[in-house]
Design a protein around this ligand. Structure first.
Ligand code: K7E
Ligand code: CUA
Ligand code: CA
Length: 642
């Protein structure tokens, strides 16, 4: 197996500007070992960890992977929420076991739960129900006073320009908002303080505005926007037009600032154009100034959209944005948990830029030049993409091209930048391979606890059994509780968790059984009410022209209605209320040969609509294993010839 850099891995490297060209990974490690003692020890340790597992009985000191072992029946310390990339879903993992606990369908269609098929999920999907794909990158948990409050998880859809909310009491997506006037929502983070009032979302791709066929080939008239979505109503609160494009974003711990990286200050449309400038920038948004400008009537609207839009381009001079030049095509943007810094990750530059949040007031007041807000700009290695934190003053940055995580000390980096002779790099750990995001436990909150670090590697290559041309990605878990990072687990994943977030298990309060008045199925309850149905007791068929509404209950192992008759061509809606109150007693409803499938959890009401287009006998059955007589939980739909 080749140790050369992947050709894919080099897609973003500017020709001729990288020292990595022609250098093998092994070669680079040799070079790094010669550079710093701390780095060299780390690398050697990493190689040992990765290559030689002690045989037979071992202690946690000898085999760090034992620390991640969660015995059968024991519970994990953390919930991990993993984005599902272009599979469009969210996955729930236990940490440190890395056991997959659940999948939450969001922008995809789910054969098991009926997401995208049921009436309730179609209602959530709204306009977007016509899409059957999504590209979910950035999962983030709502906060109060800079701590995870366990209420919601938000996630973006780059593919179809949406933002979704998942309720963390039921682990279901309850709202999806399509963002107008923009294209491809990428970076997403939440206001941390005083609470998550806004979901901040970057639109990545510049487009003409309105995008109605004008200016098709005039890229100098393409623009993009920074978006704020109200976390409770899920309405778009406002949008800010910016120069360049937008990649990742984060918010501060005062509630006043958010910042985004821009890699395409050139506003180029081709790869070469986007890499012309030595520096792009970080855009900083002044949230109170934005709210004041809207109050002062400075916003406009675009096309049919009612969302207030402010002009945050440099030339507009509204005092709502500043542009801080940083090298070159930066990617990740991460706020340190002490609230002091925004860190922009250089990607095509081997550096990270540390922005002093304490200087932003002066910057917006025009008292200092933008570059004066840079506290330090230090070199870490090749292809820095994302940074995470342990709450003890250290940062961990993924080096995509070097296939490493670099642990470095923020205070020492600033001292070194100011001329002191200090080594700010603590360790470089080899990961397998080409890491994108990394994420330490509780890192986006004031409570960053420096225990576990997940590193989401884009390539697994030879780490797992060969699955043909398409290989899994590799999510590695690293113990960061000590001085030295220790690799403890390799976790193969399917396309493509970009990012994850870990929250302490006591920070979530999921329910066991649905509440009968849950708003998730309010639309169905309303319809039943109009039909004069009591969902908890009635088993009835209502005919309304060509529409047939079948209401039934379920209790293991029977449906309240075991046969119903319709006419060919009828539009049938089956609504089932699960009377079982026992935890984990989920029923399903699947009609053979009709593409009909759904989950009905304990005390849930779920409904699904379809056309009975084939005369004959069509069995329906329960497809969630519920009882010793689960196989017998069946019924017949009799369809009379038209
Ligand atoms: Cu893949 Cu956060 Cu969308 Cu970086 S992003 S890797
Ligand atoms: Cu009900 Cu299986
Ligand atoms: Ca650029």
């Amino acid at each position: 197996m080749s140790e050369q850099h992947d050709p894919q891995g080099h897609g973003e490297t500017p020709a001729g500007s990288s020292a990595a060209h022609g250098l093998t990974r092994r070669g680079f490690l040799g070079a790094a070992a010669a550079v710093g003692a701390a780095g060299a020890t780390g690398v050697a340790g990493a190689l040992l960890t990765a290559q030689s597992r002690p045989a037979g009985a071992a202690t946690a000191a000898e085999d760090p992977s034992l620390k991640a072992h969660v015995a059968p029946g024991e519970l994990d310390e953390y919930y991990g929420f993993w984005s599902g990339g272009h599979s469009g879903e969210v996955r729930v993992l236990g940490i440190p076991s890395m056991r997959e606990l659940m999948r939450i369908p969001v922008f995809n269609t789910c054969s098991a739960t009926g997401w995208g098929l049921t009436n309730e999920s179609k209602h959530v999907l709204g306009d977007g129900a016509r899409f059957h794909n999504g590209d979910a990158h950035h999962p983030h948990v709502s906060m109060t006073d800079g701590r995870y409050d366990g209420k919601y998880l938000f996630i973006n859809d780059k593919a179809n320009t949406r933002v979704a909310r998942i309720r963390l009491d039921i682990f279901k997506c309850d709202r999806i908002t399509s963002i107008p006037n923009v294209s491809a929502i990428h970076g997403l983070r939440l206001q941390k303080v005083p609470h998550t009032k806004y979901v901040f979302a970057n639109a990545e791709m510049p487009i003409p505005q309105p995008n109605d066929g004008r200016d098709l080939d005039n890229a100098q008239n393409y623009w993009t926007m920074f978006n704020a979505i109200d976390a409770e109503s899920m309405e778009v609160a406002w949008q800010v037009i910016v120069d360049g494009n937008l990649d990742n974003t984060d918010a501060d711990y005062t509630g006043r600032y958010a910042a985004s990286t821009c890699y395409n200050s050139e506003r180029g449309v081709h790869l070469g154009d986007m890499m012309r400038n030595e520096r792009d920038w970080v855009v900083v948004y002044n949230i109170p100034a934005i709210e004041a400008a809207i109050q002062a009537g400075k916003a406009t609207t675009i096309g049919d959209s009612k969302v207030p839009v402010l002009d945050g381009r440099k030339a507009a001079n509204l005092g709502i944005t500043v542009y801080i030049p940083v090298p070159k095509n930066p990617h990740g943007l991460n706020t340190s948990p002490d609230g002091r810094y925004f860190i922009a990750n250089g990607k095509l530059s081997p550096t990270v830029s540390i922005i002093d949040i304490g200087k932003l007031d002066d910057l917006f007041a025009g008292k200092i030049e933008p570059r004066k807000a840079i506290a330090a700009e230090v070199e870490l290695g090749l292809g820095p993409l994302h940074t995470t934190f342990d709450g003890r003053g250290n940062a961990y940055t993924t080096l995509f091209l070097d296939s490493q995580v670099c642990k470095w000390n923020i205070a020492d980096a600033i001292r070194a930048y100011n001329g002191e002779k200090v080594d700010y790099i603590r360790q470089k750990l080899d990961v397998s391979y080409q890491p994108g995001h990394n994420h330490a436990s509780l890192t986006e909150s004031r409570e960053a606890d420096g225990k576990w670090l997940a590193v989401l590697c884009k390539f697994s290559k030879d780490r797992f059994l060969n699955t043909g041309p398409l290989k899994p990605e590799n999510d590695q878990l690293i113990d960061i509780s000590g001085e030295e990072m220790k690799l403890v687990h390799d976790g193969p994943t399917f396309a493509e968790p970009h990012d994850c977030i870990m929250v302490r298990r006591d920070q979530l309060r999921p329910v066991d059984v649905w509440k009968r008045d849950d708003p998730f199925f309010a639309i169905t309850r309303e319809r039943a009410k109009k039909d004069g149905i009591t969902l908890e007791t009635d088993n009835k068929v209502i005919r309304d022209g060509r529409q047939v509404r079948v209401y039934m209950t379920s209790a293991a192992p029977t449906y309240g209605i075991q046969e119903f008759t319709v006419k060919q061509g009828d539009e049938v809606t089956v609504t089932i209320t699960n009377l079982d109150t026992v935890s984990d007693l989920t029923h399903g409803f699947c009609v053979v040969n009709h593409g009909v499938s759904m989950e009905i959890g304990p005390q849930q009401t779920a409904s699904i609509s379809f056309v009975a287009d084939k005369p004959g006998v069509h069995w329906y059955y329960c497809n969630w294993f519920c009882h010793a007589m689960h196989m017998e939980m069946v019924g017949r739909m009799l369809v009379e010839k038209a």
